[in-house]
Design a protein around this ligand. Structure first.
Ligand SMILES: [Zn+2]
Length: 432
């Protein structure tokens, strides 16, 4: 009998515990759900608009108000002026919103209130692209930095050279940043000091980035044409995997030359390429199948192209040397280095312009210099006499995509250029 009573009690206790647990779970879950729906930070990052809409849904009557900071304004004086309860200021400053403690005259602050003037949200633009957003989450405020949505559009520009390309771009209303871009694009093809004449023209399409209608200084040229008396030069921007972005001719060849002009900033060429002269004392031919660039010890040495390290170490007379294979035809040897760049390892890939080592005088050398040999199909070639190799072709599998991009951009460029020519003729006829 006693036993049965004990058992019953135990069962009742267990049931009670289970019921309590169930209630706890239900309440907690409900609480969690509410929490989630209240949390505007759940909206996707970098989506200012979405975020804004969430807040708008919660508070029906709210609207953003704007105040401009005047000298001497503080957060407190703003709150008083806008009839925001000071209790909100306390809970706002309790969390670490340090940026709001330093207000600059002329800055705009946007805020939202509920019907009782309680502060719901604050927005403080930090730059053209970013703003600080503080929103009320139950009893406290949470802050977040929002990236504002950026718009892009393609803009056409053109100009005629009267005395310089710099002035022509300026006259067309382009920034110095755009001028340098244009120079950089064509620098391998055009000698700006000698090839440009009065009357030469440039035509551009560039991508303009704006936020709320304000231009960010981040425009990028997507297509360019330089019409000189000698010839027309074209450049089309194109990207393909992995991380290959550059400017290409309409035929899909990179307009950047494939190799650097020189692997080093040298002082002088101390020995040229030669199959050798007959030495009357040694009765032997002493070839020098490379170029010696004399330079201060420690001067950085750069790979002239994109390639793979096939040798790194000590190579008899060449001292500390590196060999790089550029493709199935071209390779190079760099000798007498003082030391190698720590990032360069055997079988590693290097990019054109990457530092591979530093000038020294290791091996059979009488003074600091770089010995540079360049090979085509295994045969040494005189680097100084070689014609500049043109850039890489876009790989076959991306060529269709490139052709489409290029023909679209070039057509747009030509339409504008034709319109411009027509307008100019029209103008000339009128002034006659
Ligand atoms: Zn040499």
């Amino acid at each position: 009998m006693k036993q049965t009573l004990k058992k019953t009690r135990a069962v009742v206790a267990i049931i009670a515990m289970l019921i309590a647990l169930l209630f706890y779970v239900i309440i907690h879950f409900k609480d969690q759900r509410q929490h989630t729906s209240d949390l505007p930070t759940r909206s996707p990052p970098n989506d200012g608009l979405q975020y804004d809409l969430n807040i708008a849904n919660q508070t029906v009557k709210d609207e953003w108000h704007m105040v401009t900071i005047k000298p001497g304004d503080t957060l407190r004086s703003l709150f008083v002026a806008q009839h925001i309860p000071l209790a909100d200021l306390w809970s706002l400053t309790k969390s670490h919103h340090t940026r709001l403690n330093v207000l600059h005259p002329g800055e705009h602050i946007y805020y939202k209130q509920d019907t009782e003037h309680h502060l719901l949200a604050i927005r403080l633009p930090l730059s053209l692209e970013k703003e600080l957003l503080i929103t009320k989450n139950q009893q406290h405020y949470v802050e977040k930095i929002i990236s504002l949505p950026t718009q892009t559009n393609i803009v056409y520009s053109s100009g005629t050279i009267r005395n310089s390309l710099a002035n022509a771009t300026k006259a067309a209303g382009l920034s110095s940043h755009m001028y340098s871009q244009l120079m950089a694009i064509f620098q391998g093809k055009v000698n700006f000091a000698h090839d440009l004449r009065k009357g030469d023209q440039f035509f551009l399409l560039y991508k303009r980035y704006t936020v709320n209608g304000k231009s960010l200084n981040r425009n990028e040229i997507v297509a360019a044409k330089l019409a000189t008396q000698k010839q027309n030069y074209y450049a089309i921007k194109f990207s393909y995997p992995q991380n290959h972005t550059g400017y290409f001719t309409p035929k899909g060849r990179s307009i950047e030359s494939r190799f650097l002009d020189f692997p080093i900033h040298y002082r002088r060429i101390s020995s040229r390429f030669s199959y050798g002269r007959y030495d009357p004392i040694l009765h032997a031919i002493r070839p020098h199948l490379g170029v010696d660039f004399a330079a201060r010890a420690g001067t950085p040495i750069r790979s002239v192209g994109d390639g793979k390290i096939t040798f790194i170490g000590h190579e008899r007379g060449y001292g500390n040397a590196i060999k790089i294979r550029y493709d199935s035809h071209y390779s190079a040897l760099y000798g007498h280095m003082n030391h190698f760049s720590p990032s360069v390892k055997l079988s590693a890939y290097v990019h054109k312009g990457d530092i591979i080592g530093y000038v020294g005088s290791t091996g059979w050398s009488t003074g600091p210099h770089l010995h540079f040999s360049f090979y085509k199909n295994g045969q040494p070639k005189d680097w100084l006499a070689m014609t500049r190799l043109s850039g890489n072709l876009i790989p076959d599998r991306y060529r269709k995509q490139f052709k489409e991009t290029a023909s679209k951009l070039l057509a747009t460029l030509e339409i504008h250029a034709t319109e411009l020519a027509a307008n100019n003729t029209h103008l000339m006829n009128n002034t006659r």
